[in-house]
Design a protein around this ligand. Structure first.
Ligand SMILES: [Fe+2]
Ligand SMILES: [Fe+2]
Length: 283
């Protein structure tokens, strides 16, 4: 399925073909499709993890990390699953799955992109919790919102290097550069991947519209545009815009209940987020 043909300055035309991109890890896909938090779902997910040594190791490391306050010598995937609970386990599986997916070509750009997505996910999760929205969905939406960029950077590394080289005054400039150099922007690419991988429909709008102020996202997904911009401003940007908005201006985009919980000091928030990412990254 060819979705767009590039007309960039590259020597040969660029073609975006989501079917040429390897499928997302099966365990992470299964976790995305397991929507309920019943005991059966937890056991099913636990059994899938146990069948994969890399996932098992990562889950055990996270269950024994400072991220999990109650952790104490967790020695089995079953024990870790029970302690984390279905929703948290699912979030961890999707995060680890995305990292595993990228690891074969974990270029500096992809690493930045992955860290940006985790930062966005953590900020969205926190603000959803403070705003009485679905924090687990917010986290997953944050993890997946920029999969289109990771895909573009993977299949068109030279074209994407030009996007980076040009830089951006505002986030919208980045979208325009992607269209020019890659023939498609990361929102369009993300949307087509959600379709190609048969991900739940809710992720279509998240990947496609998170930079579009004319298409507000519903519920917990509405936190993604602000969380993405806040992640950038805290130092978790793939490309730092030349004219970023202030911390206060970005916080104003969050719902009122969440706004008052963010620390006044952006640096404090940045170091909290960095600590969490580092634990997940080392798992
Ligand atoms: Fe984005
Ligand atoms: Fe983003």
């Amino acid at each position: 399925m060819t979705l767009a043909t590039g007309t960039s300055k590259a020597a040969k035309p660029l073609v975006w073909d989501p079917d040429s991109i390897p499928p997302f890890p099966a365990i992470a896909l299964k976790a995305l499709h397991l929507m309920s938090g019943t005991d059966t779902s937890l056991l099913e997910l636990c059994n899938l993890i146990r069948s994969d040594p890399a996932f098992s190791t990562a889950i055990l490391r996270i269950a024994n990390s400072p991220l999990v306050a109650f952790s104490k010598n967790v020695t089995s995937v079953l024990q870790a699953s029970m302690l984390l609970g279905f929703q948290r386990l699912r979030s961890v599986v999707i995060t680890v799955g995305l990292k595993a997916y990228l690891t074969s070509s974990f270029t500096p750009l992809l690493r930045l992109s992955w860290r940006h997505s985790v930062a966005c996910a953590i900020l969205a999760e926190r603000s959803a919790d403070w705003s009485f929205l679905d924090k687990h969905f917010a986290y997953t939406a944050g993890i997946l919102h920029d999969i289109g960029r990771m895909a573009l950077a993977t299949v068109m590394p030279e074209a994407y290097a030009r996007v980076i080289e040009r830089g951006a005054d505002r986030p919208q400039d980045l979208i325009e550069s992607e269209r020019e150099f890659c023939g498609i922007d990361h929102c369009q690419a993300g949307r087509s991947l959600v379709t190609a991988w048969n991900l739940p429909e809710a992720f279509l709008a998240i990947t496609a519209c998170h930079h579009d102020p004319e298409a507000p996202l519903p519920g917990a997904a509405s936190l993604i545009p602000s969380s993405c911009e806040l992640a950038d401003s805290l130092g978790f940007a793939v490309i730092q815009c030349r004219s970023p908005r202030s911390y206060a201006a970005i916080l104003a985009g969050f719902p009122e209940p969440a706004r008052k919980h963010f620390p006044a000091d952006a640096q404090q928030l940045a170091s909290e987020i960095a600590s969490e990412i580092n634990v997940i990254e080392s798992a």
